[in-house]
Design a protein around this ligand. Structure first.
Ligand code: FEO
Length: 387
């Protein structure tokens, strides 16, 4: 339960959520942290806080440095409850503290907590003097809610980026250079794919601002503090926010009697024959949030379902709902599946993928158990369509 000094007078005082496994539908196998930062200056400043059930950890860590009653300023970069949920307890300890948030944040906080605290709205370009240091505010709407902003301290070259550049990782290590790089980047990708993906154009605007700042430390609100791999994470955010994809095809399906699975194998072989990286996911075994991590860089998204009760299987419906909400762009889709009679599933899948804005390949729809020759024929036709 130690506070960790990031730079002289600046501390990580957040909470570690070791047991978190579900973040509104996102499978968080590595847990998470809610990072909160304490700046000791003429004005004692707390940046963001933690989920309500970790408030005792937060208070314990702050108390190792300073009496929480001495907090003058609270910066709320984002009002979602994983970063604001401890405000009621913190405000009991320092009731006169001023709370700084974006205009949308100041509008939203009383709606969450039903309190009329000492709110101060700040906009892009506003600067708050803490004594020796200053905090410059930049609004970053929709990265991840309309209220989001980041705070930049030029004297320390630190960007307090809130949700941007986060990773859901619970660990005793606090810095990127103390933790396995590949796992951190995988979790950063999963976080982007499952939380930030719909907001690519807003991320692009935020990256423009970040690119103009001198930064040697990024302090996000989840996971590891980034001080070594800043160029690497910025490059990935550029790629992801532009929806730049690799020559990679995903085959995602569920199956009743293995017939749709036979088509899935055939679709896989077609992409393999064209030299694509492939990933095949049976929705019975792989969580949709892990599939999203792969979708982040996949050009082709092929989705299969047999027909069940004139419809698609519930696993496929859940996946497609999740996919549509996260709105990846510049993808090519394929719908496939087997059926006994009715045969509505393939059309339903195709319509949803079209609603996602995907260009579509010719669908593959086969009755009962697919005949090997017909499958070969479909595979050959698919190979001809793959770019
Ligand atoms: Fe980590 Fe949008 O909250």
């Amino acid at each position: 339960m130690k506070a960790v000094e990031i730079k002289p007078g600046i501390y990580w005082v957040g909470g570690i959520d070791w047991d978190l496994r579900n973040f509104h539908g996102y499978l968080t196998q590595c847990g998470s942290t809610y990072n909160s930062y304490l700046i000791i200056d003429e004005k004692i400043t707390l940046i963001d806080n933690v989920k309500y059930y970790l408030v005792d950890e937060l208070i314990s860590r702050i108390s190792q440095i300073i009496d929480p009653a001495k907090i003058d300023y609270i910066i709320q970069n984002h009002i979602e409850m994983d970063h604001s949920g401890s405000l009621p307890r913190i405000m009991e300890l320092c009731p006169k503290a001023k709370i700084y948030a974006s205009p949308k944040g100041v509008e939203g906080l009383p709606k969450h907590y039903k309190k009329n605290w000492n709110f101060h709205p700040v906009k892009s370009g506003d600067v708050l003097n803490l004594g020796k240091r200053n905090l410059h505010f930049v609004q970053t709407p929709m990265v991840h809610w309309p209220d989001n902003m980041v705070s930049y301290c030029p004297e320390e070259k630190i960007l307090f980026s809130n949700d941007a550049f986060g990773q859901h990782i619970a660990s005793s290590e606090r810095f990127d250079d103390e933790y396995p790089f590949n796992i951190m980047m995988h979790e950063a990708a999963k976080y982007y794919a499952n939380i930030v993906l719909p907001y690519g154009s807003q991320v692009q605007k935020a990256l423009e601002v970040v690119g103009s700042l001198e930064i040697d430390t990024i302090c996000p609100s989840h996971g590891l503090i980034i001080r070594k791999y800043i160029p690497e994470i910025l490059e990935k955010y550029q790629q992801w926010s532009r929806n730049q994809v690799d020559n990679k095809a995903l085959i995602i399906y569920d199956t009743m009697w293995k017939s749709t699975e036979m088509i899935a194998h055939s679709v896989h072989d077609a992409f393999e024959a064209k030299g694509y990286q492939t990933r095949k996911f049976n929705l019975q075994y792989t969580h949709i949030s892990d599939i999203m991590t792969e979708i982040l860089t996949a050009k082709y998204i092929c989705v299969g379902s047999p027909t069940l009760n004139n419809n698609i299987l519930p696993t496929v419906a859940a996946f497609l709902t999740y996919l549509k909400g996260l709105a990846p762009k510049n993808r090519i889709g394929l719908a496939f599946g087997s059926y006994g009679w009715g045969g509505q599933s393939v059309g339903i899948v195709e319509n949803i993928l079209r609603e996602c804005g995907f260009e579509m390949l010719d669908q593959i729809k086969l009755q009962y158990v697919p005949d090997a020759d017909i499958l070969k024929e479909k595979e050959k036709h698919l190979i001809d369509q793959i770019k």
